[in-house]
Design a protein around this ligand. Structure first.
Ligand code: NAD
Ligand SMILES: O=C(O)C(=O)C[C@@H](O)[C@H](O)[C@H](O)COP(=O)(O)O
Ligand code: ZN
Length: 370
């Protein structure tokens, strides 16, 4: 049984279909969206090796001719070099802007393919078939597409909504446990930012989600997508409330930059540590009870996620460097820091013009070097 959530964005509205067995049904679900029976599947080599043939066969059964483009896996592919390579390969296929391409992978492939689609011949549509928990609960929905640069995460990109999202829960069977944990961090983020009951449900059922129990996954992915859809419908381009979805990210992205966007710290791990830091900083400023910060930390630890700088590296991290990265964040205004902080579990808020002095003291109290 699948469940469909509509992202109501007027002429850019689309469905997110969640359930088992969707890759095998993808051809018949995608065919009505294509102007001609032709597409390209963009994937990474790992996803392609596990599931590429199955998706291609599903499309071919529906009469859709497709080329598979498999890129190297990993965050490094979400770069100018990766974008150039992908655009060149798409051009070589002689696709036109009336065609729709398929992003088949995790957030790296989704963000990169979505951005390539946004600029290919000045814009073509694309379809998301997310294959990580993180991509199913978060990155495939909402239309943020981007690449990283050495100066920061997602600094070059576009808002470009997909035409359809197919989140096949069966495909998570081959996902490494570390990646399941990364997706769990973005899932529990929704509870922290706006739904205390969902947070409590995850405290009780997180192990089932990580074990890929289909009923638990259906609820976890469904509730996350429901919350993201509702926020994106209200504030598609992050003029206000959408920034709540960035809870943990100002800290997390700064940590990712310091760690060099590699295997040593994955995005979901940065978000986990970032959420723990955001709650502890909120408590330090007196916005939020200490008990809630401790509960957030305990829930993340229970899922095997990092919550402290010392969980990420033994090397010293400079508080000033972290703050310099945080000022580069897209939410910053006129050089002033914007952070997503919390009043309690289930109630985050956007704090503009954050004073860097207490933030610096806080980071030093967390083990950063002065
Ligand atoms: N656009 C957004 O709203 C948004 C939201 C959250 C995160 N992001 C971005 O998403 C990226 C992280 O995405 P991610 O965590 O999915 O990482 P990822 O795309 O790198 O995938 C993680 C790893 O899992 C492998 N993999 C993927 N699906 C698999 C499967 N079914 N079976 C086996 N292996 C599989 C991949 O090959 C890769 O090695 C970051 O760049 C982050 O900035 C974007
Ligand atoms: O969809 C959003 O809005 C988010 O902030 C979701 C985040 O989980 C995601 O990592 C996003 O890509 C971060 O956006 P950025 O604007 O901080 O680059
Ligand atoms: Zn994220």
């Amino acid at each position: 049984m699948s469940r469909t959530i509509r992202v109501g964005l007027g002429e850019r509205a689309y469905d997110v279909v969640i359930g088992p067995g969707l890759v095998d049904r993808a051809g018949s679900l995608i065919a009505p969206l294509l102007k001609r029976p032709r597409t390209a599947i963009v994937t990474d080599e790992t996803v392609g090796a596990h599931h590429g043939e199955r998706l291609a066969a599903s499309l071919e059964r529906a009469g859709i001719a497709c080329n598979l483009i498999a890129l190297p896996p990993g965050e490094e592919t979400k770069s100018f070099a990766g974008l150039e390579d992908l655009c060149d390969r798409l051009l070589s296929l002689e696709l036109d802007r009336g065609d729709r391409i398929v992003a088949f992978g995790g957030g790296v492939i989704g963000d990169l393919t979505g951005f390539a689609a946004a600029i290919f011949k000045r814009g073509m549509d694309f379809i998301q078939v997310p294959t990580t928990l993180l991509a199913q609960v978060d990155s495939s929905v909402g239309g943020k597409t981007a690449i990283d640069t050495p100066r920061g995460k997602n600094l070059i990109g576009a808002f470009h909504q997909p035409a359809l999202v197919l989140a096949d829960l069966d495909i998570l069977a081959t996902l490494p446990v570390r990646e399941m944990r990364c997706g769990y961090a973005e899932t529990i983020k929704y509870g922290m930012l706006g739904d205390a009951a969902f947070f409590a449900w995850l405290e009780d059922n997180g192990a089932k989600v990580l074990d890929r129990d289909v009923a638990a996954l259906t609820h976890a992915v469904g509730r996350s997508v429901e919350m993201k859809a509702e926020i994106v419908e209200e504030d598609e381009r992050e003029a206000g409330r959408r920034a709540l979805l960035n809870l943990g990210h100002t800290f997390g992205h700064a940590l990712e930059i310091e760690m060099g966007f590699g295997e040593s710290l994955k995005h979901g791990e940065g978000v986990a540590a970032g959420c723990a830091l955001a709650f502890r900083f909120s408590a330090a400023l007196g916005h939020c009870p200490q008990a809630d910060a401790a509960r957030v930390e305990a829930a993340l630890i229970a899922a095997g996620l990092p919550t402290r700088l010392s969980d990420i590296t033994n090397a010293p991290m400079s508080a000033d460097r972290l703050i310099a990265h945080m000022v580069q964040d897209k939410k910053a205004e006129g050089g002033a820091l914007t952070l997503v902080l919390a009043r309690r579990i289930g109630e985050a808020f956007v704090a503009k013009g954050v004073d860097p002095a207490p933030l610096r003291d806080f980071l030093v109290s967390e083990g950063a070097t002065p």
